[in-house]
Design a binder for this molecule. Structure first.
Ligand code: CUA
Length: 158
């Protein structure tokens, strides 16, 4: 079969473009979409309540780390533990969170904190609370009938 020279060029161009396109999609899906939060940190979702640091949810002062406090949250349908927490103004905090059941969100309104909590994985975010006030934590991943009632609160106090 004789293929016209230009048709051949276009065919090669088309196939090459398709391959590049698929590669880009595949690579970005792998690196962005399918990667669990904070890469390798895992926890058995069945034993969350007995596994440190999740056996003691809430704020804890730490020494010798790049942050001053660790703030531990355990999510489950349809609440967070703790349901409310006070953080001193200016504190550098590592937020550490996981879920005991299904996927939940963890968005702190008015801040950059927006994590997805996946069963079996630990999500972490280091931030400095440099604005006083109340910050609502909301679940932004649909998790069931109580999804819209799933909240907690961070109170940054002076
Ligand atoms: Cu938890 Cu939506």
């Amino acid at each position: 079969m004789h293929i016209h020279k230009f048709e051949k060029i276009w065919l090669i161009f088309g196939v090459t473009t398709l391959i590049i396109f698929l590669t880009v999609i595949g690579v970005s899906a792998f690196y962005l979409g399918n990667q669990p939060p904070s890469c390798l940190a895992t926890v058995n979702p069945e034993n969350v309540d007995t596994t440190a640091p999740f056996n003691e949810p809430g704020l804890k002062k730490v020494e010798g780390k790049e942050w001053d406090y660790e703030l531990v949250f355990v999510a489950s349908a349809f609440s967070y533990n703790p349901g409310k927490v006070e953080v001193p103004l200016g504190a550098k905090v590592k937020v550490i969170a996981t879920t005991k059941d299904v996927i939940h969100g963890f968005e702190v309104a008015g801040t950059n904190i927006n994590m997805m909590l996946e069963p079996g994985f630990i999500s972490e975010y280091v931030t400095t609370f440099d604005k006083a006030g109340e910050f609502l934590i909301v679940c932004n991943e649909y998790c069931g009938v109580g999804h819209h009632t799933m909240t907690s609160k961070i109170e940054v106090i002076e």
